[in-house]
Design a protein around this ligand. Sequence first.
Ligand code: NAD
Length: 368
Amino acid sequence: MANPFEFSDELGPEKVIELYDPATSLHAFLVVDNVAMGPSIGGLRMATDGTVEECFRLARAMTLKNAAAGLPHGGGKAMIIADPNMPRADKERIVRAFAYAIRNVEDYIVGPDMGTDETAMAWVHDVIHRCIGLPREIGGIPLDEIGATGFGLAAALDVAQELHDFEIDGARVVVQGFGSVGQHAARFLCRRGARLVGVSDSRGARAYADGFDVDALIAFKNAGQSVAEFEAGDALERDAVVDIESEIWIPAARPDVLRADNVARLNTKVVAEGANIPATLEAEEMLAERGILVIPDFIANAGGVICAAVEYAGGTQTQALSAIDEKIRANTREVLSTAKQSGQLPRDVAAALARKRVVRAMEFRQTF
Ligand code: NAD
C-alpha cells in the first residue's frame, strides 16, 4: 500500500491528529511518530503558524533524539495554532482544552516548547497528569536552573578530549548565545580549567583573552544587561564571535549560525553544538575537511530531554544529573569513535545509531 502521508516512512508517524474545539477556538495538531522505545515525549508549541508536516518533522526529530539519548521514549510533537502572547486567562483555557482533547492519547507525554512554559505544563498536569517540565512544587526538576544541557555538553567534551587533539584544561572557550545553555556550559568547563575568552548574545559580543569571570558575567547578564556591555575585555559586533580564536566553540543560540559563507572564519578545534541544528550540513562537512570536530546537537545537547525523562519517572535532581552524565558519555564515545574509524560525519553516525535503535525496538513489538 502507498504511504498514507507524503512524509511517512518505515518508522512512522503512528498517529496524526487535528484537534478543534469551538468553545475555546482551539486548533491544534498532534503527531505521535514512533512509540517502539516507549511513550512519546515532545514539546507543545504555541505559535500563530505551523503545519502538520512541520509538526511531523519535529516529532521525527524527537524520535531520533530520544533514541540517540538512550531514553525509553519515542517521539511526538504538538502545536496549538494561536498567539502565545494572548491574555493569560485565554491561554489557560486553550491549553486546558488541548490537554482535555488529548486525554485518551496515552502514548504522548507533553513537554514545554516555544510559546509554552512550566506554568502551561502545570495546567496540562492538572487535567491529564501526563507531562514534563513542571514547576518544582509539583515534582518538576528545573532543568534550566540546574544547567542540565550545559552539564551534558561538558560531559560530551570530556569524552571527546580522550579521542581528539584538545584538552579542556587550559582551553579557550567561546560561547555564542549566553543564555541558559551557554552560561552553564561555560561554568562547567571553567571549573575544569578552561577559560571563557569570547561570548555573545542577541545584542552584541565581547572578547577577553585573559578569560572572563564567569560567575560575574552570568550575574551581569541575568540582571538584564547585554554581555557586550560587561566591564572586562573589548566589545565586538555580534556576529564577530565567529572570529574569536579558541579551542572549543559552543553555538548556543539559533539554528544555522554556521554556514558555507562564514564557517571558514572559525578558528577552533571542536564545535560542541548546544543549540539545535546550529550548523548547516554543508558547514559541518567543511569543518570535517579542516579536521575540526563537531559533536552533533542531538548527542551533545540531550541533557534537557534526559532530565525531563527522569522527572517523568519520578526521579530526583541528583538522579537526573547522573543519568545525563552516564548517557551522554556513553553515546559520545560510541558516536565519535565510530566516526573516527569510518571517516563518516559524527552527525551521520549518530542518526544511523538512533535509527538502528528504533528499528531494533520495533522488532520487539507485536504486529496486528
Ligand atoms: P535562552 O533563551 O536562555 O538563551 C539564548 C541566548 O541566545 C540569549 O542570551 C540570546 O540573547 C542569545 N541570542 C539570540 N540570538 C542570538 C544571536 N543571533 N547571536 C548571539 N546570541 C543570540 O535559550 P537556551 O535555553 O539557552 O537555548 C539556546 C539554544 O539551545 C536554543 O536553540 C534551544 O532550542 C537549544 N536547546 C536548549 C536546551 C535547554 O535545555 N534549554 C536543550 C537543547 C537545546
